[in-house]
Structures are given as structure tokens and as C-alpha cells.
Design a protein around this ligand. Structure first.
Ligand code: NAD
Length: 437
């Protein structure tokens, strides 16, 4: 199957057309589902478990009851028997790398004390209970379990409740169960979609409410997370996957083509873009893509994705390539050029940056250690990858002795009065109504 990927000269006008086209992929384009999602959420709030069981039957064709909604230790033990030992082995190796990387992100409480009796500080506390949504439906995502659960565990979250839709037989994918057990999930529930998000946000008899919900899912899941935000915290809303490769004439066209295809296979809305300073590389990459398509499984999805959002752009020079990459702010950015680390220093906006020709994107999806939950759709301009920070919160610490407060109390009274808040002023001055220290 030949695709003949578009090779386009990069200029202001082609860049603007591409930026506009990419924005069509935003989850904000799916407002028509909002009413349905709001209906499911209010039904779960009203009828609790009964609503969950009904929706599981309707959408997942699964009969779930109070007795079967929570995955048992026996089911988990059976899952270990169902997966190949090599899968368990790689799950454990990945956990090792992901934990080691996230340990480095940990933040600690700090306290500063002055000799005059002022103590100021910041206390770091893990969020108490987190819900992790793991998509079920069409595929299994053990890597998604690890990437969402492990930062929470490293942060010190006490309760990690996972929900995932069951198959029609009422079972959950064994790879998902094993990954959850290995990562330290404390409870697993068989429920998917907007109803799962509602249960985590408001609680039912079977599923206790959590404080924060993370994890990817389809449009029903994404809109439900948006709808419950405020009652609980959420991570960002993930859009379709994307890759941008910056390459010069030194890049290996086979590697570049393979990496573009690795994202295109996700779904029809995924975006794969090459920006190169070499017209000859552009042509070679296009040919390699056609060659690979003969042997890859998901060629229909890849063809649609490349047709919709795939581009090979030829830039006048490296600095034009870098500026455009910064404007697109891709989820994944690969640099395959001379002096790739120097190019990296000029990248301002990207979810994850892969440097050099042996750092292909799936290395980050599964194994290297950094989180694969990344900002999409240009949001790398202001969002960061999922991290330990998403599972902690901070409290400010303030302690003044009488000796520390006395010399400054009139300043504070003056400020409070300037705002017309006499009770504020009073709560300071009352402490010195009998004056001296
Ligand atoms: P899912 O678990 O997200 O959705 C399945 C649920 O959707 C069902 O349980 C059902 O409750 C609900 N649903 C289905 N049809 C419905 C309808 N007509 N009305 C109301 N609710 C309905 O699984 P999925 O559908 O396979 O989607 C998985 C998504 O997650 C994909 O879009 C995939 O790309 C994405 N994903 C993203 C990442 C990432 O890291 N960004 C990782 C893995 C998966």
C-alpha cells in the first residue's frame, strides 16, 4: 500500500495551515457528548452502584454485581498464570526504571528558622486517595497502569483505586491486573466510562470517593473528568498522540520513518511530522514509510492518520525547523541531527525530548523511566508530563513568637485597616493590648 506522504516546503503559510489543522484534534471539539456524560454522572450520583451495574450491562455487555465489582485476590492470582513470564519480567524491569526516575522528582518539606523566633516553611503531603482510570475496551494498557500508578506510589499516596471496564465475560485483561498488582494498586474495580469517573468522584456503596482522578480514556472518560473537576482534582485531558522529528542530512531515513509510524498506528487522529533541512532525506523517509507499511499490522489506521495529520516539511535551515517545532509544541519530539544536544537547548515546548538516533519514542513509552503521560495538542506550552508533583500538595507553615511579632504588629494592623478589615487588625492588636514584650 503506497501512501506517498506529502512533502511540503515549510513557510509561514504552510506552517499556519498545519497548526490550524492540528487543532481540529482537540477533545474540545466533541461537545455533543457533554449532555450524555452529564446524564450518566447525575444518575450515578443518585442511584450509586445500581447505575454502575446498568451501564456496565448496556455499554460493556457485562453483568456486574456488588459481589463481583471488586477484583479479588484469586482473580489476580489467575491473571499471573495467564500472562507469559516474559511479560511479567519486562513489567518488573520497567517498574524498576520508572520508580528510580520518579524518586528523583520527590519534593521534601522544608523549615527556615530565624534567631528572633520566626519559623517559616512548606510541608509536603501526599494526596490521600487517588483513582486511576485504565482504558479497557479495545486493547490492554499495562504500561498506562505503571505510568499513572507509580508516581502516586512514589509520592506516598495511601489509597490507589483503579477502575477499568470488564469484557463481556465480566473479566479484566490479565496484563492490566498483573501490572496493577506489581505497581501497588490497593483496589481494582470492574467499571469503565463516564460512570467509573462519577463513582470515583462522588463515591457509591462499593467504590469510596477519591481526591484525584488520573488516566487516559475515550471521549466519555475525558468529558466526565472535565465535568467532575472541582469536586476532585484531575490530571490533564489527553488528546490524540503526536510525534515531531527534527532531522538533518545525517539522520538515518529508516529510523525516522519507523518512528513516525510508531505514533501513526495509535489512531486516525494521531499526528506524525518530520521537519528536515534535507530534501533528499525527506524523499528517502517517504519511500521508507511505504516500505514499512507492507509489513506493519495496523496499516489502515496508519494510512488514515498520515493522510489526516502526517507531514514531511522541508525547512530552509535548522533554526526555522526549531522555531516551528516550538510553535507546534509536540507531545514527543525527536532530534536526529548533528549536535543534537545543542538543538535540545533551543527547544522550549515539547512533552518529552528524545535525543540521538537510538532514542526512539517507544523507549519512553515503556521502559526508560520518564512518564509517558505527556501534554498533547500544543499544551506542552504550559503543561508538564505527569509526575510525582501531581500527587502531592503543599501547606505553608508560619510560626512567630511574641518577640518576633511585637516589632511588626503595628505594620500588620495598618495593612488590615487599609483594607477596611478591622477584625483582622483586632486579632493582631489584641495580643498586645497590655503592651510591652
Ligand atoms: P475506554 O475504557 O476509554 O472506554 C470504554 C468505556 O466507554 C465503556 O466502558 C463504556 O462505559 C464507555 N462507552 C462506550 N460507548 C459508549 C456510549 N455509546 N455511550 C456512553 N459510554 C460509552 O476504552 P476505549 O474506548 O478502548 O478507549 C481507550 C482510549 O484511551 C483510546 O482513545 C486510546 O487512544 C486512549 N489511550 C490513551 C493513552 C495515553 O497515554 N494517552 C493510553 C492508552 C489509551
Amino acid at each position: 500500500m503506497i501512501i506517498n506522504m506529502r512533502i511540503i516546503e515549510l513557510n509561514e503559510s504552510t506552517k499556519n495551515n498545519i497548526l490550524e489543522n492540528l487543532l481540529k484534534r482537540s477533545p474540545n471539539q466533541y461537545r455533543e457528548y457533554e449532555d450524555q456524560v452529564a446524564g450518566i454522572i447525575s444518575d450515578v450520583k443518585k442511584r450509586g452502584d445500581e447505575a454502575l451495574f446498568e451501564y456496565s450491562l448496556r455499554f460493556d455487555k457485562a453483568t456486574i454485581t456488588k459481589e463481583t465489582i471488586r477484583v479479588t485476590e484469586e482473580e489476580i492470582a489467575k491473571a499471573y498464570e495467564q500472562i507469559p513470564p516474559s511479560t511479567l519480567d519486562v513489567i518488573r524491569k520497567s517498574i524498576h526504571n520508572i520508580e528510580a526516575y520518579h524518586q528523583k522528582q520527590k519534593q521534601y518539606s522544608w523549615f527556615d528558622s530565624e534567631p528572633n523566633g520566626v519559623i517559616l516553611g512548606q510541608k509536603v503531603t501526599a494526596i490521600d486517595a487517588v483513582g486511576v482510570y485504565v482504558p479497557g475496551g479495545k486493547a490492554a494498557y499495562p504500561s498506562s497502569v505503571l505510568m499513572n500508578v507509580l508516581p502516586a506510589k512514589v509520592a506516598g499516596v495511601r489509597r490507589i483505586a483503579m477502575t477499568t471496564p470488564p469484557g463481556a465475560d465480566g473479566n479484566v485483561n490479565p496484563g492490566t491486573l498483573v501490572a496493577a498488582k506489581e505497581a501497588g494498586v490497593t483496589e481494582i474495580y470492574k467499571v469503565g466510562g463516564a460512570q467509573a469517573i462519577a463513582a470515583l468522584a462522588y463515591g457509591t456503596d462499593s467504590i469510596k470517593k477519591v481526591d484525584k482522578i488520573v488516566g487516559p480514556g475515550n471521549i466519555y472518560v475525558a468529558l466526565a473528568k472535565k465535568a467532575v473537576y472541582g469536586n476532585v482534582s484531575i490530571d490533564s485531558i489527553a488528546g490524540p498522540s503526536e510525534i515531531l522529528v527534527i532531522a538533518d542530512e545525517t539522520a538515518n531515513p529508516r529510523f525516522v520513518a519507523a518512528d513516525l509510524l510508531s505514533q501513526a498506528e495509535h489512531d486516525e487522529l494521531a499526528s506524525s511530522i518530520l521537519i528536515t533541512t534535507s530534501e533528499s532525506l525527506a524523499k528517502k523517509v517517504s519511500d521508507e514509510i511505504d516500505g514499512f507499511l507492507e509489513v506493519l499490522n495496523r496499516s489502515e489506521i496508519i494510512r488514515a492518520s498520515l493522510d489526516n495529520y502526517g507531514y514531511i516539511l522541508v525547512a530552509k535551515n535548522l533554526s526555522e525547523a526549531i522555531d516551528t517545532a516550538n510553535e507546534i509544541a509536540s507531545e514527543h519530539l525527536e532530534i536526529m541531527t548533528k549536535n543534537a544536544f545543542e538543538v535540545m537547548t533551543k527547544i522550549k515546548n515539547a512533552g518529552a525530548i528524545f535525543i540521538g538516533e537510538y532514542s526512539s519514542e517507544p523507549l519512553g513509552d515503556y521502559f526508560a523511566g520518564p512518564n509517558h503521560v505527556l501534554p498533547t495538542n500544543g499544551t506542552a506550552k504550559f503543561f508538564s508530563p505527569l509526575s510525582v508533583d501531581d500527587f502531592i500538595k503543599k501547606s505553608s507553615i508560619i510560626s512567630y513568637s511574641r518577640e518576633a511579632l511585637f516589632p511588626v504588629y503595628e505594620d500588620i494592623v495598618t495593612f488590615a485597616k487599609a483594607e477596611g478589615l478591622t477584625a483582622h487588625a483586632n486579632s493582631i492588636s489584641v495580643r498586645f493590648e497590655n503592651d510591652e514584650v
